[in-house]
Design a protein around this ligand. Sequence first.
Ligand SMILES: [Zn+2]
Length: 325
Amino acid sequence: MDRDFGRRRTNPRRVRNARKVVALFAVVVVSAIVVIAWTNSSIFARETEATFVDSAFGTVTIQNDGGQTTASSLEDFDTPVQLSTLDDTGMLELVNRNHAASVLPLREDMSDAWPDVAVINQSIGLHPVALTAVTELLDSGHAADYGPFHVASGFRDWATQALLYEQIVDSSLVQPPGHSEHHTGFAIDIVPTLLVQQPASLSEQLDGTSDDERWLAENSWRYGLILRYPLGTQDITGITFEPWHFRYVGQPHAWYMWYHDLTLEEYLQQLRASGGYDVTIGKHCYAIRWSAPEDGVIYVPSDKDFTFSRDNKGGYIITARTEAG
Ligand SMILES: [Zn+2]
Protein backbone atom coordinates (compact mmCIF):
# COMPACT_ATOMS: atom_id res chain seq x y z
CA MET A 1 0.00 0.00 0.00
CA ASP A 2 1.32 3.43 -0.83
CA ARG A 3 -0.63 5.25 1.81
CA ASP A 4 1.29 6.31 4.88
CA PHE A 5 -0.97 5.84 7.88
CA GLY A 6 1.76 6.37 10.43
CA ARG A 7 2.77 9.91 9.64
CA ARG A 8 1.47 12.45 12.08
CA ARG A 9 2.35 16.06 12.39
CA THR A 10 3.38 17.13 15.86
CA ASN A 11 2.45 20.57 17.05
CA PRO A 12 5.08 23.13 18.05
CA ARG A 13 5.83 23.15 21.72
CA ARG A 14 4.25 26.50 22.29
CA VAL A 15 0.86 25.60 20.98
CA ARG A 16 -1.73 25.29 23.65
CA ASN A 17 -3.07 21.96 24.78
CA ALA A 18 -6.45 22.76 23.30
CA ARG A 19 -4.92 23.05 19.86
CA LYS A 20 -3.15 19.76 20.34
CA VAL A 21 -6.42 18.08 21.13
CA VAL A 22 -8.10 19.56 18.05
CA ALA A 23 -5.20 18.57 15.83
CA LEU A 24 -5.11 15.07 17.26
CA PHE A 25 -8.85 14.76 16.74
CA ALA A 26 -8.47 15.85 13.11
CA VAL A 27 -5.71 13.33 12.53
CA VAL A 28 -7.85 10.55 14.00
CA VAL A 29 -10.84 11.50 11.84
CA VAL A 30 -8.75 11.74 8.67
CA SER A 31 -7.04 8.45 9.44
CA ALA A 32 -10.40 6.78 10.02
CA ILE A 33 -11.74 8.11 6.72
CA VAL A 34 -8.64 6.91 4.87
CA VAL A 35 -8.88 3.45 6.47
CA ILE A 36 -12.60 3.14 5.66
CA ALA A 37 -12.04 4.29 2.08
CA TRP A 38 -9.15 1.87 1.65
CA THR A 39 -11.19 -1.04 3.05
CA ASN A 40 -14.14 -0.32 0.81
CA SER A 41 -12.10 0.14 -2.31
CA SER A 42 -10.07 -3.00 -1.91
CA ILE A 43 -11.96 -6.17 -2.62
CA PHE A 44 -15.25 -6.89 -4.34
CA ALA A 45 -16.62 -3.51 -3.32
CA ARG A 46 -17.27 -2.72 -6.95
CA GLU A 47 -20.02 -5.33 -7.05
CA THR A 48 -21.63 -5.66 -3.67
CA GLU A 49 -24.93 -6.00 -5.51
CA ALA A 50 -25.21 -6.63 -9.21
CA THR A 51 -27.91 -8.11 -11.35
CA PHE A 52 -28.04 -8.88 -15.03
CA VAL A 53 -30.14 -11.05 -17.29
CA ASP A 54 -28.38 -14.00 -18.88
CA SER A 55 -29.93 -15.87 -21.78
CA ALA A 56 -29.07 -19.27 -20.30
CA PHE A 57 -29.70 -18.67 -16.61
CA GLY A 58 -32.21 -15.86 -16.47
CA THR A 59 -31.64 -13.26 -13.83
CA VAL A 60 -28.17 -13.52 -12.33
CA THR A 61 -27.43 -11.70 -9.12
CA ILE A 62 -24.32 -11.35 -7.07
CA GLN A 63 -24.22 -10.45 -3.44
CA ASN A 64 -21.11 -9.91 -1.41
CA ASP A 65 -21.70 -10.37 2.29
CA GLY A 66 -18.22 -9.45 3.31
CA GLY A 67 -16.41 -12.75 3.60
CA GLN A 68 -14.31 -13.13 6.70
CA THR A 69 -15.12 -9.72 8.06
CA THR A 70 -18.82 -10.42 8.58
CA ALA A 71 -19.86 -12.91 11.19
CA SER A 72 -23.09 -13.81 9.39
CA SER A 73 -21.20 -14.91 6.30
CA LEU A 74 -19.24 -17.44 8.26
CA GLU A 75 -21.95 -18.98 10.38
CA ASP A 76 -22.53 -21.82 7.93
CA PHE A 77 -18.84 -22.68 7.78
CA ASP A 78 -18.74 -23.91 11.34
CA THR A 79 -17.70 -27.53 11.17
CA PRO A 80 -14.04 -28.35 11.74
CA VAL A 81 -12.69 -31.23 9.66
CA GLN A 82 -9.26 -32.65 9.03
CA LEU A 83 -7.90 -31.35 5.75
CA SER A 84 -6.62 -34.81 4.87
CA THR A 85 -10.14 -36.23 4.89
CA LEU A 86 -11.46 -33.83 2.24
CA ASP A 87 -11.58 -34.59 -1.47
CA ASP A 88 -9.31 -31.94 -2.97
CA THR A 89 -10.39 -31.57 -6.60
CA GLY A 90 -7.56 -29.22 -7.63
CA MET A 91 -10.15 -27.43 -9.75
CA LEU A 92 -8.84 -23.99 -8.75
CA GLU A 93 -5.21 -24.85 -8.44
CA LEU A 94 -2.93 -22.16 -9.80
CA VAL A 95 -0.35 -23.59 -12.19
CA ASN A 96 1.97 -21.18 -13.96
CA ARG A 97 5.64 -20.35 -14.38
CA ASN A 98 5.97 -19.66 -10.65
CA HIS A 99 3.69 -22.41 -9.39
CA ALA A 100 4.38 -25.98 -10.40
CA ALA A 101 1.47 -28.40 -10.48
CA SER A 102 1.32 -29.84 -6.98
CA VAL A 103 -0.07 -33.14 -8.19
CA LEU A 104 0.41 -34.81 -11.54
CA PRO A 105 -2.72 -36.90 -12.12
CA LEU A 106 -2.48 -40.15 -14.00
CA ARG A 107 -3.73 -40.67 -17.51
CA GLU A 108 -6.11 -43.29 -16.11
CA ASP A 109 -7.84 -40.58 -14.05
CA MET A 110 -8.80 -38.82 -17.27
CA SER A 111 -11.74 -39.51 -19.54
CA ASP A 112 -11.61 -39.54 -23.33
CA ALA A 113 -15.26 -40.46 -23.83
CA TRP A 114 -16.10 -37.53 -26.06
CA PRO A 115 -19.75 -38.09 -27.02
CA ASP A 116 -20.51 -35.67 -29.85
CA VAL A 117 -17.40 -33.54 -29.96
CA ALA A 118 -14.70 -33.73 -32.59
CA VAL A 119 -11.27 -34.42 -31.18
CA ILE A 120 -8.10 -34.11 -33.21
CA ASN A 121 -6.60 -37.09 -31.50
CA GLN A 122 -8.69 -39.84 -29.92
CA SER A 123 -6.31 -40.08 -27.01
CA ILE A 124 -7.06 -36.57 -25.75
CA GLY A 125 -8.13 -36.96 -22.16
CA LEU A 126 -9.64 -34.57 -19.66
CA HIS A 127 -10.88 -34.66 -16.09
CA PRO A 128 -14.38 -36.20 -16.37
CA VAL A 129 -16.05 -33.09 -14.91
CA ALA A 130 -14.25 -30.84 -17.37
CA LEU A 131 -15.01 -33.17 -20.26
CA THR A 132 -18.73 -32.96 -19.54
CA ALA A 133 -18.51 -29.16 -19.32
CA VAL A 134 -16.60 -28.82 -22.59
CA THR A 135 -19.03 -31.14 -24.35
CA GLU A 136 -21.97 -29.04 -23.17
CA LEU A 137 -20.22 -25.83 -24.19
CA LEU A 138 -19.47 -27.07 -27.69
CA ASP A 139 -22.93 -28.62 -28.13
CA SER A 140 -24.38 -25.26 -27.21
CA GLY A 141 -22.09 -23.50 -29.72
CA HIS A 142 -23.01 -25.89 -32.50
CA ALA A 143 -26.71 -25.50 -31.72
CA ALA A 144 -26.27 -21.75 -32.17
CA ASP A 145 -24.51 -22.33 -35.53
CA TYR A 146 -20.99 -21.60 -34.34
CA GLY A 147 -17.99 -23.78 -35.09
CA PRO A 148 -17.71 -26.64 -35.71
CA PHE A 149 -15.15 -26.72 -32.95
CA HIS A 150 -12.38 -29.23 -32.40
CA VAL A 151 -10.72 -30.27 -29.19
CA ALA A 152 -7.01 -29.99 -29.91
CA SER A 153 -5.32 -30.74 -26.57
CA GLY A 154 -6.26 -31.77 -23.04
CA PHE A 155 -4.39 -33.59 -20.30
CA ARG A 156 -0.63 -33.84 -20.73
CA ASP A 157 1.79 -35.83 -18.66
CA TRP A 158 5.23 -34.56 -17.72
CA ALA A 159 7.03 -36.27 -20.60
CA THR A 160 4.68 -34.88 -23.25
CA GLN A 161 5.12 -31.36 -21.90
CA ALA A 162 8.90 -31.81 -21.82
CA LEU A 163 8.83 -32.79 -25.49
CA LEU A 164 6.71 -29.76 -26.40
CA TYR A 165 8.95 -27.45 -24.45
CA GLU A 166 12.03 -28.73 -26.24
CA GLN A 167 10.46 -28.08 -29.61
CA ILE A 168 9.19 -24.57 -28.94
CA VAL A 169 11.17 -21.48 -29.93
CA ASP A 170 9.13 -18.86 -28.04
CA SER A 171 8.98 -19.78 -24.35
CA SER A 172 6.03 -17.43 -23.77
CA LEU A 173 3.91 -19.94 -25.69
CA VAL A 174 4.68 -23.11 -23.78
CA GLN A 175 5.34 -23.65 -20.08
CA PRO A 176 8.20 -25.85 -18.90
CA PRO A 177 7.26 -29.36 -17.77
CA GLY A 178 5.63 -29.34 -14.35
CA HIS A 179 4.24 -25.85 -14.96
CA SER A 180 1.65 -26.47 -17.66
CA GLU A 181 -2.04 -26.16 -16.84
CA HIS A 182 -2.53 -29.15 -19.09
CA HIS A 183 -1.05 -31.27 -16.28
CA THR A 184 -4.15 -30.61 -14.18
CA GLY A 185 -6.59 -32.29 -16.55
CA PHE A 186 -8.75 -29.17 -16.37
CA ALA A 187 -7.19 -27.31 -19.32
CA ILE A 188 -8.33 -27.68 -22.90
CA ASP A 189 -7.45 -26.22 -26.27
CA ILE A 190 -10.44 -25.62 -28.56
CA VAL A 191 -10.08 -24.54 -32.18
CA PRO A 192 -12.37 -24.07 -35.15
CA THR A 193 -12.23 -27.02 -37.56
CA LEU A 194 -10.80 -25.35 -40.62
CA LEU A 195 -7.76 -24.11 -38.78
CA VAL A 196 -6.59 -27.43 -37.44
CA GLN A 197 -6.06 -28.74 -40.96
CA GLN A 198 -3.43 -26.16 -41.72
CA PRO A 199 0.25 -26.58 -40.87
CA ALA A 200 0.69 -23.18 -39.18
CA SER A 201 0.69 -22.90 -35.38
CA LEU A 202 -2.39 -21.87 -33.44
CA SER A 203 -0.89 -18.51 -32.52
CA GLU A 204 -0.36 -17.75 -36.20
CA GLN A 205 -3.92 -18.68 -37.09
CA LEU A 206 -6.02 -17.45 -34.19
CA ASP A 207 -6.26 -13.88 -32.97
CA GLY A 208 -9.51 -14.01 -31.03
CA THR A 209 -11.46 -11.90 -33.51
CA SER A 210 -13.48 -14.53 -35.37
CA ASP A 211 -17.12 -15.08 -34.45
CA ASP A 212 -16.30 -18.59 -33.27
CA GLU A 213 -13.53 -17.48 -30.93
CA ARG A 214 -15.59 -14.63 -29.57
CA TRP A 215 -18.53 -16.91 -28.93
CA LEU A 216 -16.32 -19.27 -26.93
CA ALA A 217 -14.80 -16.44 -24.90
CA GLU A 218 -18.20 -14.94 -24.09
CA ASN A 219 -20.05 -18.16 -23.28
CA SER A 220 -17.54 -20.49 -21.68
CA TRP A 221 -18.26 -19.25 -18.14
CA ARG A 222 -21.77 -20.70 -18.36
CA TYR A 223 -20.20 -24.16 -18.32
CA GLY A 224 -17.56 -23.33 -15.73
CA LEU A 225 -14.67 -22.56 -18.09
CA ILE A 226 -12.51 -19.46 -18.36
CA LEU A 227 -10.38 -18.11 -21.16
CA ARG A 228 -7.16 -18.58 -19.24
CA TYR A 229 -4.80 -16.22 -21.09
CA PRO A 230 -6.81 -13.16 -22.18
CA LEU A 231 -5.45 -10.40 -24.38
CA GLY A 232 -3.17 -8.00 -22.54
CA THR A 233 -2.56 -10.12 -19.44
CA GLN A 234 0.84 -11.56 -20.23
CA ASP A 235 2.41 -9.56 -17.41
CA ILE A 236 0.18 -11.44 -15.00
CA THR A 237 -0.09 -14.91 -16.51
CA GLY A 238 3.31 -15.14 -18.18
CA ILE A 239 1.65 -16.41 -21.35
CA THR A 240 0.67 -14.49 -24.49
CA PHE A 241 -2.95 -14.20 -25.59
CA GLU A 242 -4.30 -17.68 -26.32
CA PRO A 243 -7.89 -17.49 -27.58
CA TRP A 244 -7.99 -21.32 -27.75
CA HIS A 245 -6.91 -22.24 -24.21
CA PHE A 246 -9.67 -22.72 -21.62
CA ARG A 247 -9.55 -23.89 -18.04
CA TYR A 248 -12.31 -25.52 -16.07
CA VAL A 249 -12.76 -23.87 -12.65
CA GLY A 250 -16.47 -24.38 -11.91
CA GLN A 251 -19.35 -22.10 -12.75
CA PRO A 252 -19.44 -19.46 -10.00
CA HIS A 253 -15.69 -18.88 -10.27
CA ALA A 254 -15.80 -18.76 -14.05
CA TRP A 255 -18.66 -16.30 -13.87
CA TYR A 256 -16.84 -14.03 -11.46
CA MET A 257 -13.64 -13.94 -13.48
CA TRP A 258 -15.48 -13.33 -16.74
CA TYR A 259 -17.71 -10.63 -15.30
CA HIS A 260 -14.88 -8.79 -13.59
CA ASP A 261 -12.22 -9.36 -16.23
CA LEU A 262 -9.91 -11.19 -13.86
CA THR A 263 -7.24 -13.75 -14.57
CA LEU A 264 -7.01 -16.77 -12.31
CA GLU A 265 -3.93 -15.20 -10.69
CA GLU A 266 -5.89 -12.04 -9.81
CA TYR A 267 -8.99 -13.91 -8.72
CA LEU A 268 -7.15 -16.14 -6.25
CA GLN A 269 -5.39 -13.10 -4.83
CA GLN A 270 -8.71 -11.33 -4.32
CA LEU A 271 -10.29 -14.40 -2.73
CA ARG A 272 -7.45 -14.68 -0.27
CA ALA A 273 -7.71 -11.00 0.66
CA SER A 274 -11.49 -10.85 0.96
CA GLY A 275 -12.28 -14.28 2.33
CA GLY A 276 -14.96 -14.89 -0.26
CA TYR A 277 -18.35 -13.89 -1.56
CA ASP A 278 -21.84 -15.20 -2.28
CA VAL A 279 -23.45 -15.39 -5.65
CA THR A 280 -26.74 -16.65 -7.05
CA ILE A 281 -26.63 -17.87 -10.61
CA GLY A 282 -29.94 -19.02 -12.00
CA LYS A 283 -31.23 -21.76 -9.69
CA HIS A 284 -28.11 -22.11 -7.58
CA CYS A 285 -26.82 -20.12 -4.63
CA TYR A 286 -23.08 -20.38 -4.06
CA ALA A 287 -21.15 -19.44 -0.95
CA ILE A 288 -17.45 -19.25 -1.76
CA ARG A 289 -14.85 -19.05 0.97
CA TRP A 290 -11.09 -18.95 0.98
CA SER A 291 -9.51 -20.48 4.02
CA ALA A 292 -6.13 -21.54 5.36
CA PRO A 293 -5.93 -24.61 7.57
CA GLU A 294 -4.85 -24.34 11.19
CA ASP A 295 -3.15 -27.44 12.56
CA GLY A 296 -4.51 -29.40 9.62
CA VAL A 297 -8.09 -28.35 10.35
CA ILE A 298 -10.39 -26.41 8.07
CA TYR A 299 -13.98 -25.20 8.56
CA VAL A 300 -16.68 -26.34 6.19
CA PRO A 301 -20.48 -26.11 6.10
CA SER A 302 -22.23 -29.08 7.68
CA ASP A 303 -25.56 -28.64 5.94
CA LYS A 304 -24.56 -27.86 2.35
CA ASP A 305 -23.01 -29.69 -0.58
CA PHE A 306 -19.60 -28.30 -1.27
CA THR A 307 -16.50 -28.83 -3.37
CA PHE A 308 -13.02 -28.18 -2.18
CA SER A 309 -9.84 -27.16 -3.97
CA ARG A 310 -6.32 -26.11 -3.08
CA ASP A 311 -5.13 -22.84 -4.59
CA ASN A 312 -1.49 -24.06 -4.68
CA LYS A 313 -0.51 -21.06 -2.56
CA GLY A 314 -1.25 -22.51 0.86
CA GLY A 315 -4.97 -21.81 0.84
CA TYR A 316 -8.15 -23.66 0.01
CA ILE A 317 -11.38 -22.63 -1.66
CA ILE A 318 -14.65 -24.10 -0.44
CA THR A 319 -17.55 -23.76 -2.83
CA ALA A 320 -20.89 -24.53 -1.18
CA ARG A 321 -23.99 -24.83 -3.30
CA THR A 322 -27.68 -24.73 -2.44
CA GLU A 323 -30.82 -24.40 -4.49
CA ALA A 324 -32.19 -20.89 -4.79
CA GLY A 325 -35.48 -20.40 -2.97
ZN1 LIG B 1 -3.42 -25.02 -23.95
